[in-house]
Design a binder for this molecule. Sequence first.
Ligand SMILES: Nc1ncnc2c1ncn2[C@@H]1O[C@H](COP(=O)(O)OP(=O)(O)O)[C@@H](O)[C@H]1O
Ligand SMILES: [Mg+2]
Length: 386
Amino acid sequence: MNVHAAIARAKRQTMAPPPDAAALFAAIPAACMLLDSENRFRAANQAAEQFFAHSLSQLRQHALADFIDHDSPIFRMIDKARSHDATVSERDMNFEGPRISHRGVAVQAVPVAEEPGSVMLVVSDWSATRALDRQLSSRQAARSVAGMAAILAHEVKNPLSGIRGAAQLLEHSVADSDRELAVLIRDEADRIRALVDRMEMFGDKPIERTAVNIHRVLDHVRRLAQSGFAAHLRVTESYDPSLPPVWGNRDLLVQVLLNLVKNAAEAMSDAGLGSDTGGGEIILTTGYQPGVRLAAPHATEPLNLPLVVTVRDTGPGIPPDVEKNLFDPFVTTKSGGSGLGLALVAKIIGDHGGLIEVDSKPGRTEFRIFLPVFPEEREAAPAARG
Ligand SMILES: Nc1ncnc2c1ncn2[C@@H]1O[C@H](COP(=O)(O)OP(=O)(O)O)[C@@H](O)[C@H]1O
Ligand SMILES: [Mg+2]
């Protein structure tokens, strides 16, 4: 490049007009909205449209109270920003109401000097990033389970099958009064064996993925549940029929959903909820949410996980003492529980490049899974749909 061209280029760069404020506002990744003195929406950027799942023109016909419960502390924050004429921030807040549920968002309420009474609300949703962080740490724990399982498989399985075989022989030769003991030994040996088998599933084998119709997976799981452990519960479905196929492993996804539905059923049964007693319900939903694209701190590229599958129940909620380590192995509140279900769920979702997050309070527990779409360019390759 000659000197003149370089100067011309430098000039163009320095002289280029700055992008206009509206474009900048639209591009801010946090949900930004301008509320008037009655907390009605006056302006909202793209992130805010996504956050409320409403377009700007729709939002303009609403007030914030149409989306968020009236007793939410957010309204006190906004009032405070107005009355003190100062920015008010809250790092960890829940946005919940009839139309939305966003837990763990950071909120700033900023009074706008040019528009007396107006407040700019800036909402950053960290929940997905946080879920990813948590998933990564559970994954570490899952790895150590895999290592332990390898040792167990080696050191325990062989002697165990010896014990089992011996107990089986005894069953046929001992007196009736002692047969019960022999059966007990055999059953317990089977239980240990099943545990080791489950732990072995944490191994680091790469997964095989094809285009999977998630609705068929959900139907299968629902049928299994309703003919077995969830026979006494209502299972309802709310699917987005236009959903593109998931890029996933059908059998593993069945395992994930079965674990979640089973946990939901167990939580409700333990609380005495059933269709005869009323109130016990499992709700399965699917949806498309192109907004779930985040540059996670540990990820090398932004994740694009537009498929959302949720399993919700009306049970008592996750006990607070397990909530923090929910996805770690061996965390359980059940007397016969292994605590491996959700650890395996997190591992499988992680292997899919997906995310799982959970919201729970008494009467409403929701697991949300974000999954990748089957990439179009693979369409040409022969792939089993199912
Ligand atoms: N839908 C739910 N409602 C209430 N608690 C739940 C739910 N799902 C999971 N939990 C809690 O999380 C714990 C861990 O679940 P999981 O990893 O599947 O192990 P396990 O089912 O063997 O206990 C459960 O023991 C239970 O306390
Ligand atoms: Mg379980």
